[in-house]
Design a protein around this ligand. Sequence first.
Ligand SMILES: [Ca+2]
Ligand SMILES: [Ca+2]
Length: 207
Amino acid sequence: MKNTICGLIVAASFCGIASANQVVNGDFQTGALGPSTSTYALDNTMYPPATWNIVSYDTLHGSWVDFYDHTYGDERGWYMIVNGTDQGLGPAWAQTVSVTANTDYTLSGWFATLIQLAPASLEFRVNGVTISPAFSAPTNAATWEQRSVSFNSGNLTSLSIEIWDTNQVFSGNDYAIDDISLEAVPAPGSIALAGAAGLVMMRRRRA
Ligand SMILES: [Ca+2]
Ligand SMILES: [Ca+2]
């Protein structure tokens, strides 16, 4: 989808940066967790706290809503489900990624709530440090919503990006994750180029 839009606005430098997601298998479309990791336990019932699984539609737990993923929204999609911790464990999800030093990044993901009960309190962390703002999983079950934070890589060229749940309730705190993305924020010059290209396009359409 992004590539199509980029082709239309003919802004190569902007597109090249904006579409470079540093997260591997952040859409879970391999049907597995790797190369991401979790400190929680893989579980086929999803009843215990601090457990995870990768599913396509059936969310396994008898009380949870079944629904499709965010990537495709149909039977082709896979996503991660999490029964949050009630003992301060975490991260629920993590991946080590390469980054460019001294660069602004946006870290984002799509989240859904699995049962309409105490939506998960969530945080993105980088190397274990919370990146504000913390956020909540959606109030309504089975609805995908995007959450994102921004940070600067400083002098680092490799980072552990992480998702933690923090409200530690036994009943609730159950959520789904899909389409995790880490992208460099386009430099101001690149945005200007894209804007100029867009203006040219509009003028041509009017002519
Ligand atoms: Ca997916
Ligand atoms: Ca729970």
